[in-house]
Design a protein around this ligand. Structure first.
Ligand code: PLP
Length: 388
């Protein structure tokens, strides 16, 4: 803050001009019974997971006088094993990188491959944090458009790459806030176009980042971009332990890519960026990957049920809701003439969802069965009131 609390006078600070009117991120953190606003896993870690984490953190505490392992090879190997188990893709020959949430992984990517005079490209509507990483690394931010149904037309994507000649391309699959996953052919088309960018006349391709924060929730038959790593050294596939893994509080995000790409990230990371406690926590949680992934199946079933229920709802004038296809643990639905009124009405019933996405749309995270029921009841009441 630039105000001095005691006097209310505005302190003069040499703030970068482009930050002058910026607000800190963003989603309201309110104390409400039903929290369906930031796509968390609604199930807290079970007692077994908590016990393993506590034991490993205790062990790590005994050497907290020392700096942690800067390159954390044990955690990286565990994450590679997990990716192999989850996707069936062989990770041999690829490297894994991790940081404090995939937010920091993305920052590393833009620090290494963006920068002044360079451009990062994504396709709107998409994750609201990307422009902030671009801003903070002095990278120009541009967006192409998704279609009306939030899919990405491969020809339009290729044309946007040719037009903007970005050094970094961010593809989000499944996309936030829409839930839309990208077909492999679309990602391959962008990877091919990225090869032709010739960044700064060096002959280098653009780096293509596929943000798979929600990958574990994808429906059967939806591919992961991990399968494309073998042929594309300019591809990075990022994941997080914040969503499916029910570990948002620990702040662990990671990516898989070629050795060369990961080596570039090691140059820009802060020394010792991943604390010994974080490394121990993540490794402990990964030991319970099978039980954690079993929970993901429950959430996917819950998600499909929620999509079906929302599709059966109608507005006051009898037109059905629009509901985006979702491969994630949230659903985008609408459109409402006054979405803020619907959001506020739900909040008045103790249900917090997210006012995000294009005009008129709202996003709800998939909660426990009881939370989803509370959301359905609250929405039914809010809509009845709107009609009255
Ligand atoms: C939630 C989310 C992330 C994960 O962020 P963390 O920093 O790992 O918690 C990354 N990308 C998208 C699109 C997300 O919605």
């Amino acid at each position: 803050m630039t105000t001095t609390p005691s006097t209310g006078r505005r302190a003069v600070l040499p703030l970068r001009p482009e930050l002058a009117d910026e607000e800190p991120y963003g989603a309201p953190q309110l104390d409400v019974p039903v929290l369906l606003n930031v796509n968390e896993n609604p199930y807290p870690p079970d007692d077994d997971v908590v016990a393993t984490i506590a034991a490993e953190v205790t062990r790590a505490a005994r050497s907290l006088n020392r700096y942690p392992d800067r390159d954390f090879p044990a955690l990286r190997a565990d994450l590679a094993d997990y990716l192999m188990l989850e996707s069936g893709v062989c990770m041999e020959g690829f490297d894994v990188w991790a940081a404090n949430g995939s937010n920091e992984v993305m920052l590393h990517l833009l620090q290494a491959f963006g920068g002044p005079g360079r451009t990062a490209l994504s396709f709107a509507p998409t994750y609201s944090m990307y422009p902030e990483y671009a801003r903070d690394t002095h990278t120009t931010w541009v967006t192409g458009r998704r279609e009306e149904d939030f899919t990405l037309d491969p020809d339009a994507a290729v044309a946007a790459v040719a037009e903007h000649r970005p050094s970094v391309i961010l593809l989000t699959s499944p996309n936030n806030p829409t839930g839309t996953a990208l077909p492999t052919a679309t990602i391959e088309a962008v990877l091919a176009a990225a090869r032709d960018v010739d960044v700064d006349g060096t002959g280098a391709p653009a780096v293509v980042v596929v943000d798979e924060a929600y990958a574990e929730f994808r429906r059967a038959g939806t591919p992961s971009a991990l399968a494309l790593l073998a042929d594309h050294p300019h591809l990075a596939v990022s994941r997080t332990m914040s969503k499916a893994f029910a570990l948002a509080g620990a702040r662990v995000g990671y990516l898989a890519a070629s050795r060369e790409l990961v080596d570039a990230l090691r140059v820009v990371r802060l020394p010792y960026h991943l604390s010994a406690v974080t490394q121990a926590t993540a490794r402990a949680a990964l030991r319970h990957r099978e039980s954690l992934l079993a929970q993901v199946d429950t959430l996917r079933t819950e998600r499909d049920g929620l999509v079906a229920w929302l599709r059966a709802q109608t507005h006051a004038d009898g037109t059905p809701f629009e509901v985006a296809e979702s491969d994630a643990n949230f659903v985008l639905f609408g459109r409402f003439a006054d979405r803020h009124a619907v959001w506020q009405g739900l909040l008045d019933h103790g249900v917090l969802i997210r006012e995000t996405g294009p005009d008129g749309w709202l996003r709800v995270s998939v909660g426990t069965t009881a939370e989803t029921a509370a959301f359905r009841d609250a929405l039914t009441q809010v809509l009845l009131k709107e009609e009255a």
